[in-house]
Design a protein around this ligand. Sequence first.
Ligand SMILES: Cc1cc2nc3c(=O)[nH]c(=O)nc-3n(C[C@H](O)[C@H](O)[C@H](O)COP(=O)(O)OP(=O)(O)OC[C@H]3O[C@@H](n4cnc5c(N)ncnc54)[C@H](O)[C@@H]3O)c2cc1C
Length: 374
Amino acid sequence: MDSKKAIVVGAGILGLATARALALQGYAVTVIERSDKAVGASIRNFGMIWPIGQAEGKYYNRAMRSREIWKDIADVTGIWYEEAGSLHVAHHADEWQVLQELQESFTASGRTVQLMDKGGISKKYAAVNPDGLYGGLYSNTEIIIDPREAVAKVPIYLKEKHNIEFIWGKAVTNVSEGMLWMGDETMQADLICVCSGADFETLFPEQFDALDITKCKLQMMRFTDKNSTRIGTSLCGGLSLIHYKSFKAAASLEKLKERYENEMKAYLDHGIHVMVSQNKMGELTVGDSHELANTFDPFDKVYINEMIISYLKQFALCGDWQLTQTWHGIYPKMTNGKTDVFLKPLPGVYIINGLDGLGMTMSFGFAEEVISTI
Ligand SMILES: Cc1cc2nc3c(=O)[nH]c(=O)nc-3n(C[C@H](O)[C@H](O)[C@H](O)COP(=O)(O)OP(=O)(O)OC[C@H]3O[C@@H](n4cnc5c(N)ncnc54)[C@H](O)[C@@H]3O)c2cc1C
């Protein structure tokens, strides 16, 4: 008996994860991507697979399932990854208080985190600025991949392992029940999944219009270290504590946020918090800012990058790092606090989207969950 046919629109990480999940359900899958290779949010990020930031329960479990799949794929394909964990550092007493509360709360829910004092951090992580350092919270669940490598290699793996076909360089211009168009060309399928990332304009614009959704632009930078030092973990300064949902578990977080609002308003206005990941070659990815709109100026703001670097210097010893690249990325952002979208606009047609700044962390798990319900 012939397999049922499925088409996935978009070869970003969510399209790739959806294609994988469909193949595992027995579909013969084709992925259609309008560019010659994926160049969207999925190659512009830190490559952080980030369970630490996810709220307890469904979202944490989704992140951990994705982590498992990333490791399986990377082990088979040779895609580089590092189980670097994450270190959130405190250079203020109120940040240290929040980290202590988080350690208690995370430990109670079974997460493997540990508080590190200044001496312990300095011994192990030379990139952390010891000046004014109170301590840090280390978690061992975070993984780093290089998104530029991984998002290029996963399609090769999907073709070899699951016989998934890829059509590159063709935009899908219309979708109806069981059929889609690439200009004049048509293709038929039993199932069509639209994973079009931040493009709300081309396919099902009326569905996106009806959602509480906008776009988020982030400015990013890459550095090389003259001394080629490995930083040993992914590093985050205090401002990241108000960025991720899981950190709301700390009772003192609101007080910390109040201080930031009083003392660092410009940072909050630009949604700046600062994280550092390091890839196989030793390059350091640093970001980011968050700007919300439906349409953005294409021009990056130098002063935002300068604010990010200025904050970076407060918690990292980065004097020997040289700036080599700047770019920005855009992802879909729900304005109602949700971090996923799964819609059925037509029989046999699904929109899978809306993973916010978490797509590398969540896509594999989310795709498995939603495809299992089809
Ligand atoms: C700067 C930045 C840093 C981030 N850091 C992290 C991180 O460290 N960890 C993490 O978990 N998440 C991170 N994220 C979030 C993550 O990158 C996104 O959630 C994820 O990449 C979204 O994947 P996607 O497949 O939905 O979108 P995309 O990667 O944008 O892919 C959508 C694809 O669909 C294609 N497409 C659209 N319309 C059509 C059409 N009509 N026909 C054919 N093709 C079409 C596009 O060309 C594109 O390739 C970050 C995001 C950014 C921007």
